[in-house]
Design a protein. Structure first.
Length: 182
């Protein structure tokens, strides 16, 4: 549940039951009260009728928390970010890393390392699109050892070279400015 419509539906259902809650960006819901089995089934049914599935399996929730930590880590990454992500993740979630890695791989069909690499490339694309930093600065910010390593990873995940993508994003910005009459 990451789109606004889903969040709106979930909020309405929880409000109907008089529950207090917090919803994360990725859609994990923490309910402050204890929920009866009857309420749980009513919520599940109402969400299902709205086209949503209530995921309350402990492992599924933990996988979502792993994703949240990774995405937050990558989006706030800089030169001072911890290089031992396994220790960082284990500490954040209070589980041993091998358990988290196995659970994630089983549930998502990819390793934590691959998911981090993919998220880093998504962040690099965002930085390039918004013209925030040059390639050397991006390399440093995202903790790549060299521009070459960044370029190789970028090509691996996108099929495009960094320079080609950068030129595409420039052309796109120009076209959007033309449409707006700027």
């Amino acid at each position: 549940m990451v789109n606004m419509h889903c969040k709106k539906v979930v909020k309405e259902v929880l409000k109907q039951h008089g529950l207090h809650y917090v919803i994360t960006e990725t859609g994990i819901v923490d309910v402050m009260e204890n929920i009866t089995q009857s309420q749980h089934e009513q919520i599940r049914s109402t969400l299902f009728n709205s086209g949503l599935i209530l995921m309350d399996n402990k492992d599924v929730l933990l996988i979502e928390k792993i994703k949240d930590v990774i995405i937050d880590f990558v989006h706030n990454m800089d030169e001072t970010s911890p290089t031992d992500f396994s220790g960082y993740l284990g500490e954040k979630l209070n589980y041993e890393y091998p358990y988290l890695a196995g659970l994630f791989a089983e549930g998502r069909g990819t390793t934590i390392e691959n998911f981090i690499s993919f998220q880093k490339i998504e962040r690099v694309k965002e930085i390039i699109i918004y013209n925030e930093l040059n390639i050397k600065e991006i390399t440093s910010k995202m903790n790549y050892s060299s521009v070459s390593q960044l370029s190789d990873n970028f090509k691996k995940y996108t099929g495009l070279s960094l320079s080609y993508f950068k030129n595409l994003s420039k052309r796109r910005r120009v076209l959007i400015e033309d449409v707006r009459g700027v």
